[in-house]
Design a protein around this ligand. Sequence first.
Ligand code: GUN
Length: 285
Amino acid sequence: MPIIINGNDVAREIRYEIKAKVGALQEQRGIIPGLAVILVGKDPASRIYVRRKTEDCEEVGFFSREFKLPENTEEHRLLSIIDELNRDGRIHGILVQLPLPQHINANAIIDAINPRKDVDGFHPYNMGRLFTGDPFHQACTPYGIIELMDRHGIKIEGKNVVIVGRSNIVGKPLAMMLLTRHATVTVCHTRTKNLSEVTRRAEILVAAAGSVEMIKGEMVRDGAVVIDVGINRREDGTLVGDVAFSEVVDKTSYITPVPGGVGPMTRAMLLTNTYNAATRLSSAQ
Ligand code: GUN
């Protein structure tokens, strides 16, 4: 029988652990971790994500600041807010919700964040450290995927892992994390030839392409672990993943559902990164 991985349960467990550690950190060192979340524009999904990130902070006892800026905010205004937050001693983590409006250069914004406060793990410094196998802050979604597997006792070392999708947010950093954990990693994308042949070899298959139910039953090897990173919204508003769950589930040993699989883990790892940033920044001061 396949095990359907409950990301909500694991994320809740992580929040409990962090909440307990925050209490101790405050008592022993007088530090309260602080996160700043910046949203530009009115993208409905982004608004929900940002609200939930702030609620998570409240739940675990973090200090948080939320910036909601209009769609037409100029790049220099965003840069000046980041500059202020880089110098704000109460803030240990800075997150700029992506995607940003077209007129803002997202790379320039990410570059401006102090890498020690880059709890998204998107700054080239953090990406580079991940690449060399000595990570500092790791991107939250791939970090959450590794944590989900670890907490279910899924062995990564020596496994054939296939990732479908090569984004900077998921596919590329995940490939590096898995390499560090001694997996054999293949990254597929839109130009990959004979995709099903490749995916059928996967002992662990990660779907992170952003394409509705593109992973069909015949693309999955018997007994595979299937991780679905897709969050696609159907016209009727329901969420659907990159995996055709009903035709894939019975072939798997473990599978993550959408919603309630990887999604909640992204936010949990943001809290982990912010907690770690607070302990490290404060000891550096
Ligand atoms: N948009 C989608 N995923 C993410 C994420 O992990 N971080 C940020 N900042 N924006 C996102």
